[in-house]
Ligand binder design. Structure first.
Ligand code: TYD
Length: 216
């Protein structure tokens, strides 16, 4: 028996974290199996330690390929320790960011190349693909403004500190991925109110979970 693998993607400041918090009780009310909520980079003890290295604002010397490899390494550990065991128990996994983030941020925005980054990730995930990906779409400028407001009390992480052109490239990359795999992505306009983003996400997941239950 296999579970259902849901991922949430989007540029910085799209509102993924708040959406995840609102989706947890909504999803739990639709299912009678456990829901595993997790995130990348991180999601397991070793992977969270790699996250600290990745996001440390002091690590300005980090090479783009080192960054991509560390992300893939943390993902590997997360997949093996947490995601695959939950899916093989038939559970639902909700993951904040996955391979698409690496393809967008490291592949396109860092300029390594989307295909190259995808291939190192294939080594890490061995064919695991999300069943459905909610993509929260927001213009780079709007996302970055939101982060500035949110971060008035905390320092920005190393990736959030990148220039606006970097974040525009991230969004362009997501648009390319959506064109390639329109059946996997549900595009949600994240410039709209939190309520309307939540309603759209919930509707998409209701139908995915219904199909999942039918096939159980
Ligand atoms: P995240 O914790 O999702 O931050 P936020 O909630 O602010 O979006 O991700 C931290 C940063 O790491 C974010 O700027 C995106 C970046 N990132 C990558 O560059 N590549 C990846 O593969 C992942 C998972 C994240």
């Amino acid at each position: 028996m296999t579970g259902l693998f849901i991922t949430i993607e989007g540029p910085d400041g799209a509102g993924k974290s708040s959406l995840v918090q609102k989706l947890i009780p909504a999803i739990e009310s639709m299912i009678d199996c456990p829901l595993v909520v997790t995130r990348e980079p991180g999601g397991s003890e070793i992977a969270e330690e790699i996250r600290e290295i990745l996001l440390n604002p002091a690590h300005t010397a980090m090479d783009p390929r080192t960054e991509a490899l560390l992300l893939a390494a943390s993902r590997r550990q997360h997949v093996v320790e947490k995601i695959l065991p939950a899916l093989s128990r038939g559970e639902i996994v909700l993951c904040d960011r996955f391979v698409d983030s690496s393809v967008a941020y490291q592949g396109q925005a860092r300029g390594i190349g989307m295909e190259k980054v995808l291939s190192i990730n294939e080594f890490a995930i061995e064919g695991l693909t999300p069943d459905i990906t909610l993509y929260l779409d927001v213009e780079a400028e709007v996302g970055l403004e939101r982060i500035k407001d949110k971060n008035s009390n905390r320092t920005q992480d190393r990736l959030e500190m990148e220039a606006i052109t970097f974040h525009e490239e991230v969004r362009n990359a997501y648009q390319m991925m959506i064109e390639k795999e329109p059946e996997r992505f549900v595009v949600i306009d994240a410039a709209k109110s939190q309520d309307s983003v939540f309603d759209a996400a919930k509707k998409a997941l209701e139908s995915a979970i219904q199909d999942f239950k039918k096939n159980e």
